[in-house]
Design a protein around this ligand. Structure first.
Ligand code: NI
Length: 149
């Protein structure tokens, strides 16, 4: 797996105490599925990304992951995970559809596959250090962490 030689370092202010234009930040990113950090809150990072097409199925065993759609329509296929406590069968498959202004939290341990028929711009909120392709060996879509835009 190749890593960028000079990923943009975290600014001293960590993106705090300023207005951040998420769409303008996204427009500075080359390519799809390339998340970039725009700010941090405690140990959490806010990452912007534009996506199109299908991402590999993956899981984050240790953390929930939040998706906030800014433009376009994102589908998140999910499967597995703990019983929600409502008596419904756990472990089945479902698809969450998110349009601009909508968000969803994928719980830890739930396999998920984001996809977008047309380009989607979104914000991800997750703890620092989360690998975009999830647990296990890095793949072609794995991106180096802590790259700021
Ligand atoms: Ni994920």
């Amino acid at each position: 797996m190749s890593m960028p030689l000079n990923p943009a370092a975290a600014p001293a202010g960590r993106g705090q105490s300023q207005a951040i234009d998420l769409i303008r930040k996204i427009d500075r990113i080359d390519g799809h599925w390339q998340p970039r950090v725009v700010a941090e809150m405690n140990d959490y990072q806010f990452k912007v990304v534009k996506v199109q097409g299908e991402f590999p199925w993956h899981v984050h065993a240790d953390t929930d992951e939040t998706f906030v759609v800014l433009e376009g329509e994102l589908k998140i296929a999910i499967r597995g995970g703990a019983d929600a406590g409502d008596g419904e069968c756990a472990g089945g498959e479902a698809v969450i559809v998110l349009r601009a202004g909508q968000m969803a939290v994928v719980p830890r341990g739930v396999e998920h596959q984001p996809s977008a028929d047309a380009e989607v711009k979104m914000l991800l909120i997750e703890p620092r250090g989360v690998v975009n392709t999830g647990d296990g060996a890095p793949g072609a879509r794995t991106v180096a962490n802590d790259q700021w835009v």
